[in-house]
Ligand binder design. Structure first.
Ligand code: SR1
Ligand code: MG
Length: 435
């Protein structure tokens, strides 16, 4: 693999499909995966995310996925410039986590720092989880696997699992990912609460958007979590762990697209995933589906949030309990060696996971709001063609999120959080009704 250097040089250029094949032909490991000769290879554009060029290359033996960071937001065009070094951070994230999460992520095969070009394992027959959820399909392993992924990544990049020297080295590296951090800060935490050209909500949501902009209590909660997102450098985050960043089959799960990786609160990634399951829950109300099937799918979605959290919590606690004294500087076992220390450590661990849960809940709400008001909206709602109906499902999501952020004490445990989701269905387009 090429040495990883964060170096965009004047030799950077956007690769045409033929150039990509030429480039891959010079990489023996990748040429061997594809098999045959370059004349036998096919390449197709599969980009469906907002910012990068993505291709699948197939040969007689197998396939790979190639991704190049463009100098702008792909979906928007060159009037929205964006640093190409995001590919460097995605490659760095994949390298940092490869040994930690193993088969829960695709294998990085190549990174070119001049072209900001990544080649990784092709995932087949996987599909993007979001698309599967929209179709009402179930993926029995996904939530548990994502919970385990977050626990592994969080433990092994935080003060629980690594010495501070290692953590600070990682913080030094990922602190350079400022272009994408700016996108996260603006699109998630700022734009939904101001009038800005990037916001993309439909006109039926105007009253809700206005109400959120004028709600000081809500904005206070958002600001506190924005500050925590930036200042609580707890662990290395994926940074964009929505259902479009997870590829699945019924028995395999892979987390992709780590270009938003940054240090932050562990609950941010968990909240992002939970938010997108809840978004799907509300969006199902706008689909023409058999009501019994819809109810069953919704029940399954809520169970997956429980599985996500419970798997995360049990995996994290197991890793922590098994950690040798020398690993993490946060809560070294020598500090709690005697019986009273051991009892206190159990309390500390419970408090730690409870704080992560509270972060999950709040960041989930914040993520739900951004997917309705801000740029980069989601297909779960977007495929509902009747915009009044779409807005009604979106209003339910906003009402739930607003309540979570303004009345956090009502959502102190998992049961309360999940029980509340159905109560906000059909709240309507008037944000002042049913408060
Ligand atoms: C500029 S749009 C980028 C958005 O798409 C990604 O999925 C992230 O969520 C980001 O906010
Ligand atoms: Mg993405």
């Amino acid at each position: 693999m090429s040495a990883v250097v964060n170096a965009r040089t004047d030799d950077y250029r956007i690769l045409a499909q033929a150039e990509i094949l030429h480039h891959l032909a010079a990489l023996p490991e990748i040429a061997a995966i594809l098999g045959g000769s370059p004349a036998d290879w096919t390449i197709r554009d599969v980009a469906d995310g907002y910012i990068n060029a993505v291709f699948i290359i197939d040969g007689p033996q197998g396939g790979v996925c190639a991704k190049q960071a463009l100098p702008w937001v792909r979906y928007h065009g060159d009037s929205w410039p964006l640093a190409e070094d995001r590919a460097f951070f995605e490659a760095s994230y994949m390298r940092r986590l490869a040994a930690i999460v193993g088969p829960l992520a695709p294998r990085l095969l190549h990174f070119d720092p001049v072209l900001q070009f990544i080649v990784m394992e092709k995932l087949s027959p996987h599909i993007v989880l979001r698309g599967g959820l929209i179709e009402g399909r179930r993926f029995p392993r996904a939530a548990a696997d994502v919970g385990r992924y977050v626990a592994l990544a969080a433990f092994h990049t935080s003060d629980l699992g690594v010495p501070f020297e290692r953590k600070f080295e990682d913080i030094g590296l990922f602190s350079g990912n400022i272009s994408l951090l700016r996108i996260s800060v603006d699109l998630i935490f700022v734009d939904p609460y101001v009038e800005v050209w990037r916001n993309r909500y439909i006109s039926e949501i105007d009253p809700w958007a206005k109400a959120l902009r004028e709600d000081v209590e809500l904005k206070t909660a958002v600001a506190r979590h924005r500050n925590a997102f930036l200042s609580n450098r707890q662990a290395l985050l994926h940074g964009d762990l929505h259902s479009g960043s997870v590829m699945v089959t019924e028995d395999d799960t892979r987390v992709i697209d780590g270009e938003f990786s940054t240090f932050g609160p562990i609950g941010f990634d968990l909240g992002a995933f939970a938010a997108n399951l809840i978004i799907n829950w509300y969006a199902q109300g706008g689909y023409d589906r058999d009501p019994a099937e819809r109810d069953a799918h919704r029940q399954w979605l809520l169970e997956q949030i429980a599985t996500l959290w419970q798997t995360f919590e049990s995996e994290l606690l197991a890793l922590w309990a098994a950690s040798p004294d020398t690993d993490g500087d946060g809560y070294p076992a020598t500090h709690f060696a005697d019986a009273s220390g051991q009892a206190r450590l159990a309390t500390i661990r419970r408090d730690f996971t409870q704080a992560v849960f509270q972060d999950l809940v709040a960041f989930a709400a914040i993520k739900m709001i951004r997917r309705v008001i801000s740029y980069a909206q989601v297909d779960d709602f977007g495929i509902i063609e009747d915009t009044k109906r779409r807005a009604e499902t979106q209003a339910s999501a906003l009402a739930f999120a607003r309540c979570v952020l303004k009345e956090p004490a009502r959502f102190a445990d998992l049961g309360a959080f999940l029980d509340a989701v159905p109560r906000f269905e059909n709240v309507g387009l008037n944000p002042d009704a049913n408060r």
